[in-house]
Design a protein around this ligand. Structure first.
Ligand code: SF4
Length: 179
């Protein structure tokens, strides 16, 4: 039987959702007999190709992230929002309480670890920041939501197994994590 092709990406996030996926440990080895990972931080393949399932961690806060999101959506039959940031905006959306200019000033000028006597805020060679951070379904169609910060590995396993059986997973309440 042909393996199910999966691509994953991370946008505005902490990578904790991918770490939670890796926390499947030996179950990941078993799933690897049925899944082939294509573009992903796990494989370090950068170019997207057509896949059965695309998994997105993180929210959208800048132009580059939106471009990546559109590419994985175009190449995926089913798109999964993995984690609270992708599903709802999550932690990165906390910057929505501030104006974009305040955020840029804090990051490039004011942070304790920054040495920037000229107080230069770069506008070239960095992705253009959007005024606010949004969940991925504000830009593209999402087929499956796996919330949690990060989602429990059991929830990720449940979703993957359902997808392998050709079902669209709906997580049972006991697998929803809001810790
Ligand atoms: S949902 Fe939580 S663990 Fe996942 S990327 Fe966002 S902050 Fe990190």
């Amino acid at each position: 039987m042909a393996k199910v092709r999966v691509a994953t990406t991370w946008l505005e996030c902490c990578s904790g959702c991918h770490m939670s996926m890796l926390d499947l440990d030996e179950k990941l080895v078993e799933l690897a007999s049925k899944i082939e990972f294509d573009a992903s931080p796990i494989t370090d393949i950068k170019e997207f190709h057509p896949v059965d399932v695309g998994i997105v961690e993180g929210a959208v806060g800048n132009e580059e992230q939106l471009e990546v999101l559109k590419k994985i959506r175009e190449n995926s039959k089913i798109l999964v929002a993995l984690g609270d940031c992708a599903c709802f905006g999550g932690i990165p959306a906390m910057r929505n309480f501030f104006k974009k200019e305040e955020v840029l000033k804090r990051v490039y000028v004011e942070t304790e670890s920054t040495v920037n006597p000229e107080k230069v805020i770069p506008h070239e060679d960095v992705p253009k920041l959007f005024p606010s951070v949004k969940a991925i379904d504000q830009f593209v169609k999402v087929d499956v939501y796996v919330p949690g910060c990060p989602p429990d590995p059991k929830a990720i396993e449940y979703a993957l197994r359902e997808l392998l059986e050709g079902k669209i997973p709906v997580l049972p309440p006991e697998l929803l994590s809001y810790e």
